[in-house]
Design a protein around this ligand. Structure first.
Ligand SMILES: *Cc1c(COP(=O)(O)O)cnc(C)c1O
Length: 383
């Protein structure tokens, strides 16, 4: 059989990553600090945010951010956060971990939560809205930001897919109060596992750093900079969520390749769109900010999704569903999201990564067409 084509596959600048990692090993500094601090500075400059803390995942980043907000804003257990069923389940788990209640707004045809659904999910106990950028799409983020401002709600952007996504030249973080990135192994800026939380106040950034470091008021790196290395206090039951220098080393290299990688992703997505949108009822899920999207995903709505999925699997082409509606999981079965539930039976993500060759893309396109629109059988011409 021909070589399988994976759905996702990270592509690292191996030599440069190894040189940065070697720097950590030779210095004998692989934990928090050093490369993590350097990455925080560079990433904040890149997205244009004043503060960012490098953590060990987006999941833990959302959790620690919510814990910080509970402390500083006097939120109570059971206060509500408007979220979505169409996300990786950890977005919603993090809300529950913080003792808050996720309330799902239903999705628009582009799979992000729509403004009207967000508006109707807001109740007297709503404190925040989490907007998940699906595939790098800005969706109705500006309007939702407007609504949150008017209602005095905190807007958090889950930018796990949206690293490098812009709208009108601005990074999507600009529209939110807080943004949480993921640098998990198959995201657009891949490491092994890491994430970053942006804030706009140094007091909040400082509290996030403490909460992510067991509640200790000075990390080992800051302590190594003064004469009282052992003198610290513990003000909170914190978590062990800090990122480490080895992940920071990889992130530093990959940040420099992010914009070029995203441009290549957009070009691949455009190839799929041009070849497949409208073929046998396939609908390409377009992004509002198509020319500036990070294009983490290319998704189609397919009338016969399961048939197409099995066909592609049979010819060695990896696919995915982003996502199954979280309302289908027993954990979140109390939520009602009819449009997300309907869409999850019809969406399919096609291979999109930087290891795809032009021939690979052609093969995916030809295979999709062979399944959904097989060429009519030739009728033998009468002699
Ligand atoms: C990957 C992902 C997460 C979780 O990120 P981690 O860094 O793996 O914790 C959260 N939300 C979405 C939408 C994701 O795709």
């Amino acid at each position: 059989m021909t070589r399988p084509i994976q759905l996702f596959a990270p592509s690292f600048d191996v030599d440069r990553c190894l040189a940065e990692i070697r720097d950590c090993l030779e210095r004998g500094w692989t934990g928090i600090g050093f490369k993590t601090v350097e990455f925080e500075k560079r990433f904040c400059a890149y997205v244009g945010e004043p503060h960012g803390h490098f953590v060990n995942s987006n999941t833990n980043g959302i959790h620690v951010l919510l814990e910080m907000l509970k402390l500083t804003r006097g939120w109570h257990e059971g206060d509500e956060v408007v979220s979505t069923a169409m996300t990786f389940v950890s977005t919603n788990h993090s809300i529950l971990h913080a003792g808050l209640k996720p309330v799902f707004a239903d999705v628009a045809p582009d799979l992000c939560t729509g403004i009207d659904a967000v508006r109707s999910a807001i109740g007297p106990r709503t404190r925040a809205v989490v907007f998940v950028s699906i595939g790098g799409n800005s969706g109705e983020l500006p309007a939702i930001a407007e609504l949150c401002r008017a209602r005095g709600l905190v807007l958090i952007l889950d930018a796990a897919h949206a690293c490098g996504s812009r709208l009108g030249g601005e990074h999507l973080s600009r529209f939110a109060d807080y943004t949480v990135y993921s640098f998990q192994a198959v995201k657009n800026l891949p490491t092994g596992d890491a994430g970053l939380v942006t804030t706009r106040s140094s007091a909040e950034d400082d509290l996030i750093r403490r909460l992510a470091w067991c509640g200790i008021n000075k990390d080992t790196f800051s302590r190594s900079q003064d004469g009282y290395k052992w003198l610290y206090s513990v003000d909170h039951v914190g978590y062990k969520y800090n990122g480490n220098a080895l992940m920071g080393a990889i992130a530093l290299v990959e940040l420099e390749r992010l914009d070029a990688g995203n441009a290549r992703r957009r070009a691949i997505a455009e190839r799929y769109r041009a070849a497949l949108d409208g073929v046998a009822g396939l609908r390409y899920i377009a992004h509002v900010n198509e020319s500036e999207s990070s294009r983490h995903l290319v998704q189609f709505e397919c009338p016969e999704r399961d048939k197409l999925n099995l066909y592609l699997d049979g010819v060695g082409i990896g696919t995915g569903v982003h996502y199954r509606s979280n309302s289908r999981y027993p954990m979140y079965a109390d939520q009602s999201t009819p449009r997300a539930d309907h869409m999850d039976g019809r969406i399919l993500s096609l291979p999109l990564h930087l290891r795809l060759s032009e021939e690979d893309i052609d093969r995916v396109i030809a295979s999709v067409r062979a399944c959904v629109a097989p060429a009519p059988r030739r009728v033998a011409a009468a002699a």
